[in-house]
Ligand binder design. Structure first.
Ligand SMILES: C[S@@+](CC[C@H](N)C(=O)[O-])C[C@H]1O[C@@H](n2cnc3c(N)ncnc32)[C@H](O)[C@@H]1O
Length: 302
């Protein structure tokens, strides 16, 4: 097991909402380093069933090691997108229907901290950013292919970046000379685009750009609302799904999807999303943007 670490966010609130019992069946669709999953499994033992999914093979391998000590729970792991949750559930349970689903969207510290993955502007690495490195286009390929308008749109929509137009211009000018290959190449473009006097003090000037390109490369918001709806339909009557999000686009998708599900026999547990306590934020600053929404299946509409 490696030294990698990730502090599970809003664990107590997630546990309360999921209402786990011995013998419950649970899917963690974003397993990461299994911080939440290990705590949840203590609640569903003995006789619990656990399905862990992650599209990042490295995270999945690490999570399996960390969950080796779990006892009294029948554990199954899938290298998959959680959009494929129904297939995974049917493979394990024989049919669709579980007691609890947990989705902790986004990425974890271990992925950010590894410069080889090119997700962060801290430490130079290849401009990759893919969560599933077995497929898809890298950030370098995207940034060297997208039009200036596309880059501007990505930075605006996924990063709320006020300097999107200028950054897009600099990226396109730069790649005419030499393609962007490393995280430092992208940081340099951002620094050239935003004058020093206009840079935010609170966060690194490249934060929004890196977030936006990563979301685009991994299709993190693509049809998210539909994916959440499909996941919720894998619940049994009485089952609960918890979604933890860290980005306004993700939370909006969850809010709209949950509203629509209310016409289909589901009920949101909270009117407004729960947020971390001040005490949690002071211990783990990365939790500050978290929003928790939960929905329960009340009936199955035919
Ligand atoms: C915030 S981390 C989860 C951390 C985890 N709850 C813990 O306590 O260790 C999110 C994880 O979800 C995975 N992930 C993100 N989107 C995914 C998707 N569409 N399908 C499968 N896994 C995904 C990421 O690779 C990452 O490992």
């Amino acid at each position: 097991m490696s030294e990698l670490s990730h502090v599970p966010v809003m664990l107590v609130e997630s546990m309360e909402a999921l209402n786990l019992r011995p013998g419950s069946s649970l899917v963690d669709g974003t397993l990461g380093l299994a911080g939440h999953a290990r705590a949840f499994c203590q609640e569903i033992a003995p006789d619990g069933k656990f399905i862990g999914i992650d599209w990042d093979e490295a995270m999945l391998a690490e999570a399996k090691l960390r969950m080796a000590e779990v006892q009294g729970v029948d554990c199954h792991f899938f290298h998959a997108d959680y959009r494929d949750i129904a297939r995974c559930v049917v493979e394990v349970m024989g049919k669709v229907g579980v007691d609890a689903i947990f989705l902790d969207l986004g990425l974890n510290n271990a992925q950010i901290a590894d410069p080889k993955r090119g997700i962060s502007f801290v430490g130079e690495g290849p401009l990759d950013m893919r969560m599933d490195r077995s497929r898809g286009e890298t950030a370098s390929q995207g940034l060297n292919r997208w039009t200036e308008r596309e880059i501007e749109r990505i930075l605006t929509v996924f990063g709320d970046e006020n300097w999107a137009k200028k950054i897009a211009q600099v990226v396109v000018e730069t790649r005419k000379e030499s393609p962007l290959k490393t995280t430092q190449d992208l940081v340099d473009c951002v620094m050239r685009a935003i004058p020093p006097s206009k840079r935010e003090k609170r966060i690194h000037p490249a934060t929004r750009t890196f977030q936006a390109v990563r979301i685009a490369i991994n299709g993190e918001l693509d049809e998210l609302g539909r994916a959440l709806g499909d996941a919720a339909r894998c619940l049994k009557v009485g089952g609960v799904m918890v979604v933890l999000s860290y980005h306004s686009g993700e939370d909006r998708a969850a809010k709209v999807c949950f509203k629509e599900l209310e016409d289909e026999g589901f009920k949101s547990l909270y009117k407004k999303p729960l947020v971390p306590t001040a005490a949690e934020i002071s211990k783990n600053n990365k939790s500050r943007s978290a929003k928790l929404r939960a929905i329960k299946r009340i009936s199955i509409e035919e």
